[in-house]
Design a protein around this ligand. Structure first.
Ligand code: SF4
Length: 321
């Protein structure tokens, strides 16, 4: 059987926090608590949820920046948590990252050309004149003229800085780019330009994206499939049209109710999402969403619903189905 490029199985990441008081055991923040999904070559999976749902932690785990508490992350058949430092360094050529804040992720003392060229040197892809030529090609690829290589990050606009961050990620020819809120800090018009650019680059180069965002409009625009996360777990996972035209999980429906009409086919939930996400140190028992769910049944606070197929690969974790 053909395996997906990326396979995440029952992934967990618990962060210890200090207990308050003498001899009190340390508590655990269950940032990611049993997440499974796959991602195919050239595909875009949108990972969406409110702040603190664990979506960025999933991205950091895939990049090997932190180790999981439990679970497996198979990339091209190899389990990332089982790799040593050297193997992770080599794997970084295949999995790159684009951050939310390009200003924070670009060294302010380096010129744009050196930032892009550094990746080529680190991975021994090109040096000298070959490197200079490749840097100019990469800048052109992301829609910047060669003269931009002499500019420092503070001499660039937010959109231009994010184009440099994308060029840096593409420099090593990755198969997967983890995009963590890559357009959240940009103006809406610039957001659209950067997303269009990312889609165009994917069509030309074939890299997959794990696109992490809290913004449903952005997720809808770019994703092939969408995974909705709530308090460390995936509650709905389906094709983009299934999630946006026929959302099943009450959390997804409530999130969609809070944004302007995204689909003429979508019958909106009357009650949009209210209240805060509960504390991940002590998440509610049963269905974690039951404290905010207007459809909650008695069973919901007792039994955790499993992610099951509603048909056509539309996965949902809810006792209503
Ligand atoms: Fe709501 Fe129950 Fe479904 Fe959870 S399982 S989303 S509480 S109806």
């Amino acid at each position: 059987m053909q395996r997906s490029m990326l396979e995440i199985k029952n992934l967990k990441k618990y962060f210890p926090v200090k207990g308050s008081g003498f001899l009190r055991p340390r508590a655990l923040v269950k940032a990611v608590d049993g997440v499974s999904f796959t991602l195919d070559k050239g595909e875009t999976l949108g990972l969406v949820g409110e702040s603190g749902c664990g979506k960025s932690t999933v991205g950091r785990l895939i990049l090997g920046l932190i180790r999981p508490t439990e679970g497996e992350i198979y990339f091209q058949g190899r389990n990332i948590p089982g790799m040593d430092r050297e193997e992770i360094r080599r794997m970084r050529r295949d999995i790159q990252l684009v951050f939310q804040d390009p200003y924070g992720s670009l060294d302010p003392r380096m010129k744009a050309g050196d930032i892009v060229g550094e990746a080529l040197e680190i991975h021994r892809i090109a040096k000298g004149k070959d490197k200079e030529k490749r840097v100019e090609e990469l800048l052109e690829l992301v829609g910047l003229k060669p003269q931009y290589k002499a500019r420092y990050p503070h001499q660039l606009s937010g959109g231009q800085r994010q184009r440099i961050a994308i060029a840096r990620a593409l420099a090593v020819g990755p198969r997967l780019i983890v995009c963590d809120e890559p357009v959240s800090s940009l103006d809406v018009s610039v957001q659209a330009q950067v997303i269009d650019l990312m889609q165009e680059l994917q069509q030309r180069l074939g890299q997959a994206y794990l696109f992490i965002s809290h913004d449903l409009g952005v997720i809808r625009h770019i994703s092939d499939r969408v995974a909705v996360m709530y308090l460390g777990r995936i509650v709905e996972l389906a094709r983009r049209d299934q999630v946006f035209d026929r959302p099943a999980h009450p959390y997804t429906r409530a999130m969609l109710a809070a944004v302007p009409v995204l689909s003429p086919h979508l019958k909106k939930e009357r009650v949009p999402l209210e209240g805060e996400v509960p504390n991940a140190i002590n998440p509610p028992g049963g269905c974690r969403f039951h404290t905010r769910c207007v459809h909650a049944l008695p069973v919901c606070s007792e039994v955790e619903p499993a992610l099951s197929d509603l048909g056509g690969g539309h996965l949902c974790a809810c006792h209503l189905f």
